[in-house]
Design a protein around this ligand. Structure first.
Ligand SMILES: N[C@@H](CCC(=O)N[C@@H](CS)C(=O)NCC(=O)O)C(=O)O
Length: 203
């Protein structure tokens, strides 16, 4: 059976849990507490030298880190990867966008608000404001795309949507107000009605 090393509140881990649910693939969930440094033990560093979840461990003991690489591995040959060359390139485009222009801001703002003290020291508050400004910029890019198209790649729900959904649907926990982002809100609702959808809180 596949084994997923994960941390329940992680959007990166949730991407994998969501796809596994869509694909109806059973897996063993091994939860590690990233706040307690459980991804930095010698045992886990042997699985991912970068010390981060999610990591997918295959039945034969191979370990694959990086959420979007795991999505690609699991989705290959399924309808969750666009069938045509352009659609696949579009999927990669949005998955790279997610990692470079979205996750470092939307997810990190959420992490700061979830895990740091309620009263942020001034330098942390400034850092949070910077993350939020850049996060809003990423949300604006998504909003423009979704104003014209229902999905991110290949004209159908795909791993590009899953990658972007993971942290966008909990953006409020990072202090983001999605009220002005009508197209994003419509897309979030469409994603949540896909067969096999599970919540980020579901084990
Ligand atoms: N690019 C990686 C990022 C993974 C990542 O940032 N994981 C965080 C949790 S969301 C983590 O494990 N942090 C623990 C640490 O760095 O010690 C991915 O997409 O999987």
């Amino acid at each position: 059976m596949l084994r997923l090393y994960d941390y329940l509140p992680s959007g990166n881990g949730y991407k994998v849990r969501l796809l596994l649910s869509h694909l109806e693939i059973p897996f063993e969930l091994v939860e590690l507490d990233i706040v307690k440094g459980e991804t930095r033990t010698p045992e886990f560093l042997a699985k991912n030298p970068n010390g981060k979840i999610p990591v997918l461990e295959t039945e034969d003991g191979r370990c694959l880190p990086e959420s979007n690489a795991i999505l690609w591995y699991l989705a290959e040959g399924t309808p969750f990867v666009p069938a045509d060359r352009w659609g696949r390139a579009e999927a990669l485009r949005w998955m790279f966008f997610e990692q470079y222009s979205h996750e470092p801001y939307v997810a990190v703002a959420r992490f700061m608000l979830m895990h740091l003290d309620e009263e942020l020291p001034p330098e942390q508050a400034l850092l949070l404001a910077e993350k939020q400004e850049r996060g809003y910029a990423a949300l604006t890019v998504m909003e423009r795309h979704l104003a014209a198209q229902a999905w991110f790649a290949g004209g159908a729900y795909s791993i590009a949507d899953i990658a972007l959904y993971a942290y966008t649907h909990v953006a409020a926990e990072g202090g983001f107000d999605l009220t002005p982002f009508g197209a994003i809100r419509g897309w979030l609702a469409r994603v949540a009605t896909q067969p096999g959808h599970v919540a980020i809180t579901q084990r």
